[in-house]
Design a protein around this ligand. Structure first.
Ligand code: NI
Length: 211
């Protein structure tokens, strides 16, 4: 081998070994950062919120720590999706039996202009009084829906959809139910139409896993 090429090969080998050693040295230091990067890769669902419950009291997410949360977004004038989902959540609680005591369903309004705390309470009790209604200022609702990745849009006829001549309107909204852990962390979602049997089974499994 040409001595020059030999020297170059040795230099390259030395550089590779040095780089490997450096990487090895930094690996334990970098690991926590890499973990953070991994956990923030997907969208983080949920988070802190400030809202008003259906008794008119200001509440935050921390008031619900310790309970599994079933979080659903909707509005009391909803013709179909909300009544169906609330009925299914009520049936899920019934199926869970005593374990339902570990679960707090939350119905968060995407129509705060019409959904007063008292109106929410009156509406929800027809399904199951264990469900808690939450409303708030338009800004508070905007913040919590953003954190959960919930879509909602007033359909007042301005775009040719929804709305009526008497000024009433509908609100289009996502129909996903979120299951959050006792620490407030996101666990999973249930798509619209998931049967109470399946929901109760999945929630019971999470409760069993939490010990
Ligand atoms: Ni609805």
């Amino acid at each position: 081998m040409n001595p020059r090429i030999m020297a170059l090969a040795v230099a390259i080998l030395a550089a590779v070994v040095a780089a490997g050693g450096l990487a090895f040295m930094f690996l334990p230091v970098m690991a926590p950062n890499q973990q953070q990067a991994a956990s923030s890769q997907g969208p983080v669902i949920g988070g802190p919120f400030e809202l008003v419950d259906d008794t008119g009291k200001a509440v935050t997410d921390e008031d619900f720590r310790g309970d599994f949360l079933l979080v659903f977004f909707g509005f009391t004038h909803c013709p179909d999706v909300c009544p169906t989902t609330l009925g299914e959540i009520a049936a899920t609680l019934d199926r869970l039996g005593p374990q339902a005591g570990r679960v707090q369903p939350l119905f968060i309004s995407v129509d705060p202009a019409r959904d007063t705390p008292a109106g929410l309470r009156e509406y929800i009790k027809a399904f199951d009084p264990r469900i808690v209604g939450l409303t708030g200022t338009p800004e508070q609702i905007k913040a919590v829906t953003k954190d959960y990745g919930v879509y909602y849009a007033k359909a007042d006829g301005s775009d040719g959809s929804g709305g009526t001549s008497d000024g009433t309107y509908s609100v289009n909204h996502s129909s996903i139910t979120y299951l959050m852990g006792p620490d407030g962390a996101y666990l999973r979602t249930f798509s619209y139409g998931t049967s109470p049997e399946k929901m109760a089974e999945a929630i019971a499994a999470q409760i069993a896993e939490s010990g």
